[in-house]
Ligand binder design. Sequence first.
Ligand SMILES: Cc1cc2nc3c(=O)[nH]c(=O)nc-3n(C[C@H](O)[C@H](O)[C@H](O)COP(=O)(O)O)c2cc1C
Length: 343
Amino acid sequence: MAIRGLTWENDMTIDIALEAARWAPSVHNTQPWTFAVTGQEIAVRASTDRKLALEDPGGREMLISCGAAVFNLRTALRQAGREPIVRILPDPDRPSLLATVRLGEAVEPDEHTSMLAGQIEVRRTHRAGFTETPVPERLVAQWQREAATEGATFTPVGAPAAVRALAALTEAAQAVQSQDWPFTLEVMRWARPPGSTRGDGVPADSYPKRPADADLEQPTGAYPEQPSGEFAQRDFAHQHPWGTDTDQSMSRATGVVALLTTREDTREAWLAAGQALQHVLLHASAHGVSAAFHTQALEEPHLRDFLRQRMCAGAYPQMLMRLGIAADESHGVRRPLTDLTDP
Ligand SMILES: Cc1cc2nc3c(=O)[nH]c(=O)nc-3n(C[C@H](O)[C@H](O)[C@H](O)COP(=O)(O)O)c2cc1C
């Protein structure tokens, strides 16, 4: 790494934080970020050439992804003993500059930070049903508090009819998107075939062989009580014999269905949603809970607006997910740091 005129300790701390940032989740594993280090400050920039032109023309999902990377930077810096000083969208004349994160005063990492930091590289997205083991209610309550501290709202969806409605909207969006050839091509561009060595995209061992209209059942006694629900997966394999076989006997439960919302729909709100998402995901991972995402309906403006008005009390839905205990997880892939850091 280039000499930055810092002490050796500061260089090490920054390298640890950058390493953490690259493990953030991102839509289709596009990793739409670059980082530039000046003195004791890391600049987080949107890599707009990695934006999904058809699925995400406004860059909402791109900024949620980058928000998750900012959360990893914050967590890793605090774990390394430095308070992060964060400025979100610090320069109106440079819209691609999403945040700066500066090394602040020395701090002792607290237990919560250490727990989250320990999950940064091991957390993985799940793409099937969950085991019957219920998610404890206290965890759901904690995720609500964590999202709130980041400026977003995490809402578990308990009513069986609401879960069915969310599954139906997901199914409708997936069905419509699968009929749209340019859209399908865009998804396929980010699906990694088996044996691929590229450092981005969704690996073949992490998506199901067919877009399992996962025939899911609700675990008994889980929080909250839900009916069986079908949440359509994205069709990453698209007519290729790629993907994994899911063990249906071990993965039939829907898990906790949840919406992440914000009061506004600004770039600040998207970055806040990304930080909230990652806070929740790392905490969940520390307790053996994985998340599956179903964001197809949020990419269809009419469906998103319907969801906002009828199911989110006017708040803007940013993520739709299921959380539960999974039997297995795949390996993650990321681009090397040298590809992500600007001079
Ligand atoms: C904004 C956003 C939207 C996402 N939408 C979906 C989705 O609809 N379906 C899905 O299977 N995964 C979705 N993901 C998960 C990404 O595909 C995943 O984070 C990426 O492939 C990296 O893998 P990892 O999370 O296992 O590290 C989404 C992630 C983000 C941040």
